[in-house]
Design a binder for this molecule. Structure first.
Ligand code: SF4
Length: 476
């Protein structure tokens, strides 16, 4: 925790800086820091000056078309780097932004990769290895991104099942620990929403490119309930334009042969079986309530049932884990040879049960980059390439989450939701929707109510609101 940040300056500039300051000072660091930002105008010259601890100063002058907020961040980070040269922010001034969006915007302007890398270093202070990663990911994604005329005809749909068999200690997602009747009631309402959404999309000539059934833990549903849900997806969402139907089977203890058969027969060709770690002691510590052996069994069962696209998620920086535990997990996952591997860096939000968040992050923090390198080498060693990445707040070592996949096994949905070049309609409690305007790629976000009860009351109103915006965009 940073001790005593004093941040003075125009509120519109300082608001975005607090996050960067927190990221710069590692969890557990004790530091007194004062940052003073001033904007200036001298004749036709405008800019921002930054002073840290009353001594270190950087001035950034505003050229035409430049963004003062970005310049302020650059000035502050340059001061901080002078104050502590050994401390680096791998993603420079970027905190919440998806780095690949910036890369794509520059590539779309006709710039070459070298030029883009230069801009990432100069204007965003991004380290060269991260710039190279963002360029590689953006390059791979290009084949999947829609042109404006395609984005006016194709959408994706996220179907949310916000129930889990138990609550993992690091999780901040508002999932309920669901049971029979409750799940049944939820499923009834969700089916109504899928039907209404599917019809509304069809009426507007829109087809569904990808369907992602996520959670929570969708496989908490019984075999019959799962079959019903998949049937509704086929009845109202899936068409010959649909290229992907994913089902998150996050917790292996919820899987059995019958369910996997139902999923496979319903064309849910991509499935995610997530160990997070293969270290038994850690699984217990984070309340995962399943064993490493159950992960292996579920994985082989899924293969036997015909799944040829299996993803696995792992988390770096789990409590009590050092590089050796991460290496063990990577070795065990490698033996299974999944088709894609999603590597998350631990991000602890207020809603998670891991109470001492600072200790949890600082314990693993120093080894974060080493863990990430090991994961990258394993994924590349298995023949995978990084295909999507995103960053979160309060993430271990200010790192990123990266999805690796074998060629052709990338999740199209993951790319669309992260890159925001396609509208994604959420169905279910806690589901988010992103309505994209293909004319300028501007975006409007919608969030469904978090509790199932509030969702039952509001889903129709929420759907009408989203369709209203969509109609306006299609008309204009
Ligand atoms: S299975 Fe996923 S959504 Fe459910 S509690 Fe664990 S981390 Fe959270």
């Amino acid at each position: 925790m940073v001790m005593g940040i004093s941040l003075v300056g125009p509120p519109e500039l300082t608001q975005a800086l607090a996050e960067m300051l927190k990221a710069f000072f590692p969890a557990g660091a004790e530091q007194e820091i004062s940052v003073e930002l001033r904007t200036y105008s001298r004749g036709d010259r405008h800019g921002v000056s930054c002073r840290v601890n009353g001594a270190i100063e950087h001035v950034a002058e505003l050229d035409q078309g430049q963004d003062l907020k970005r310049l302020s961040r650059v000035a502050v980070l340059k001061c901080l780097q002078e104050l502590q040269p050994e401390q680096k922010l791998p993603w420079g001034i970027l905190t919440g932004i998806r780095p690949t969006k910036i890369v794509r915007r520059l590539l779309d302007r006709g710039m070459g990769e070298r030029e883009v890398a230069g801009i990432l270093a100069r204007d965003y202070l991004i380290q060269p290895d991260k710039a190279a990663l963002a360029l590689e990911v953006a390059g791979l994604q290009r084949q999947y991104l829609l042109k404006p005329e395609e984005a006016s005809k194709l959408v994706s749909v996220y179907v949310g099942i916000p129930f889990c068999p138990s609550r993992c200690a690091y999780c901040s997602f508002p999932s309920a620990v669901g049971q029979g009747m409750e799940l049944n009631v939820y499923l009834n309402v969700l089916e109504q929403e899928i039907k209404a959404l599917g019809r509304a999309l069809a009426d507007r000539g829109l087809a569904v490119q990808t369907v992602y059934i996520g959670g929570g833990t969708p496989t908490i549903l019984s075999t019959q309930e799962l079959a019903r849900l998949l049937q509704r997806c086929h009845d109202y969402l899936v068409s010959d334009k649909t290229v992907e139907l994913t089902l998150e089977a996050g917790r292996p203890e919820t899987l059995d042969r019958e369910k996997l058969k139902v999923m496979s027969e319903a064309g849910a060709a991509r499935v995610s079986i997530n160990p997070q770690t293969m270290v038994q002691r850690t699984l217990e510590r984070i309340s995962r309530n399943h064993t490493a052996d159950q992960v292996r069994e579920a994985f082989w069962l899924a293969r036997e049932c015909g799944f040829e696209n299996i993803n696995m998620d792992i988390i770096l920086g789990l409590p009590g884990e050092t590089i050796s535990e991460v290496m063990f997990t990577l070795e065990e996952v490698s033996k299974l040879r999944p088709d894609s591997l999603t590597v998350h860096a631990l991000a602890l939000k207020r809603a998670s049960k891991l109470r001492d968040r600072t200790d949890a992050l600082s314990e693993a923090g120093a080894q974060g980059p080493q863990m990430q390198n090991a994961a990258e080498q394993t994924a590349r060693g298995l023949g995978m390439r990084p295909y999507y990445l995103y960053r979160q707040k309060q993430i271990l070592n200010n790192m990123e989450n990266i999805g690796y996949a074998m060629a052709g096994k990338e999740s199209v949905y993951n790319i669309q939701i992260m890159e925001e070049r396609q509208s994604v309609f959420g169905a279910g409690a806690s589901a988010a929707s992103k309505i994209v305007n293909p004319a300028d790629w501007s975006l409007t976000n919608f969030q469904h109510p978090k509790s199932p009860e509030a969702y039952y009351k509001r889903w129709q109103e929420s759907l009408a609101e989203r369709l209203h915006l969509l109609d306006r965009l299609l008309r204009d």
